[in-house]
Design a binder for this molecule. Structure first.
Ligand SMILES: [Zn+2]
Length: 456
């Protein structure tokens, strides 16, 4: 088993064998925490909003001894062969039994001697059917592929004062980036472009993310061996270009490199091809409009949410009581909950604000593999299916480049309601900045005018 990544919340381990576990990762919460509320939120709130083809529930939940959990949480590169072997056995049993809690949990949960880990789909793999006849009939094996991680942020304008009044037409992301960069020019990436549903603006946003990769935290690129090649403080354009040439110009394993084609393809062209592929994927999938609709659930902004949070705490008597009430993502309607109309109104507003906040902080993982188009079977463009894990397909450059892909939404845990005050305070500081030279909306219109002129 290989260590993949540690976020603030989880450590992630990837299985390399046996075949049923290839394409699976083991996620271990760093702190324990209230994972039951988080999984209810994902299942009852986020999955219906975004679509079950993009948000995957865990394949299985494993109960592991505390000693093993601690080893997984704290190790940074590898674990002992004995631990790896026992985890493989437990994971196989969990998969075979259909996903319930498994693995030595007979003596009861929550006794402090054991804890939960989840077995999840490895989003950096694709289930590719083999093109040769005999193997094609078999179950597709998960294959590690190139993986792009995007953090697009909120695709809507701020919902309330002070930002709407101080900086009309500006996204919170662009204002925030500029505030951190001590009044320098805003970064070229604008989430309003990314979510605009306008082809030129989507491509401009993707180009900006690629160009600014190492400087921002919004894009990372992982090679098929799982190592990070580019983005978020790492890598160079030369390394990015080398990786993209290898992945997008040589579809067939072991095929001779077309030297001329490779030489003709400069750095800029390798990036341009990735932009075309990603744009084609996002234009084919229904994800971006669903995500920006989730961002738009916040209709009043952080200042109003902070006031609602303070009032609800007062009505319920404590911060803990409010957190518990909010954490009940199982109740679909606040009408069924006890409490005054005023309290229910506050809870409703806070829930909408939290959903929008979580949706604006998700990451999108896009696993990619160029397909060989010389085979007999024509690969037609198709979105990724809602059931199963079969890839979608896009064709770009007149059908010359055919790419299999799968998009997943991750980092979907709900935010804490106690963050409302901090967000409102940050909005106050951003509102006090001098205005941007041009607003996000004005810059978006410029792209439209360039396009209009080109058609004249
Ligand atoms: Zn912007």
């Amino acid at each position: 088993m290989d260590f993949v990544a540690a976020g603030a919340a989880h450590a992630v381990w990837r299985f390399r064998s046996p075949p049923p576990l290839m394409g699976c990762v083991l996620r271990v919460s760093r702190h324990g925490g209230d994972d039951a509320s988080a999984s209810t939120f994902v299942a009852n709130v986020l999955t219906p909003l975004l679509g079950c083809q993009f948000v995957r529930p865990p394949l299985a939940t494993l109960r592991l001894p505390a000693q093993v959990l601690n080893e997984l949480r704290e190790a940074s590169a590898s674990i002992s062969p004995e631990t790896a072997a026992s985890l493989t056995t437990a994971a196989m049993a969990a998969l075979e039994s259909g996903g319930g809690v498994n693995g030595g949990g007979e003596n009861g949960g929550g006794d402090g001697d054991s804890g939960l880990a989840t077995l999840d789909v490895d989003h950096a793999t694709l289930r590719l059917s083999s093109s040769d006849g005999a193997a094609a009939a078999a179950e597709p094996v998960a294959t590690p592929v190139l993986c792009v991680e995007l953090k697009p942020k909120a695709g809507v304008l701020p919902a309330g004062p002070p930002l709407v009044t101080a900086h009309p037409g500006c996204s919170r992301y662009c204002l925030h980036v500029r505030s951190k960069r001590h009044q320098q020019l805003p970064a070229d990436y604008c989430p309003l472009d990314f979510f605009s549903a306008e082809p030129l603006r989507l491509r401009r946003a993707l180009s900006a993310l690629l160009r600014l990769g190492p400087a921002l935290n919004n894009l990372r690129l992982f090679s098929r061996d799982g190592s990070q090649v580019y983005g978020a403080g790492h890598g160079t354009h030369a390394a990015l270009s080398r990786e993209l040439r290898r992945e997008l110009l040589q579809p067939t394993e072991g095929a001779a490199v077309d030297v001329e084609e490779e030489a003709a393809m400069g750095e800029a062209d390798a990036e341009a091809l990735l932009v075309e592929v990603l744009a084609a994927i996002f234009e084919q999938e229904p994800l971006l409009p669903r995500l920006s609709a989730a961002h738009a659930l916040d209709q009043k902004g952080a200042a109003s949410a902070a006031a609602a949070c303070a009032r609800a705490q007062e009505l319920l008597g404590s911060e803990a009581a409010l957190a518990a009430r909010i954490a009940d993502w199982g109740s679909s309607s606040s009408d069924a909950m006890p409490g005054s109309p005023e309290l229910n109104g506050c809870i409703e507003e806070l829930r909408r604000w939290l959903i929008a906040l979580t949706a604006s902080d998700v990451s999108l993982l896009i696993a990619l593999r160029r397909l060989d188009v010389d085979g007999d079977v024509p690969q037609l463009p198709q979105p990724q299916p809602a059931s199963g894990l079969a890839p979608g397909v896009v064709r770009v450059r007149g059908g010359e480049v055919v790419v299999a892909y799968r998009v997943a939404v991750v980092d979907v845990q709900p935010k804490a309601v106690s963050k409302a005050r901090a967000h409102a305070d940050l909005d106050e500081r951003i509102a006090a900045m001098p205005p941007l030279r041009s607003s996000c909306l004005e810059r978006g219109r410029e792209v439209g005018e360039v396009r209009g002129a080109a058609h004249d």
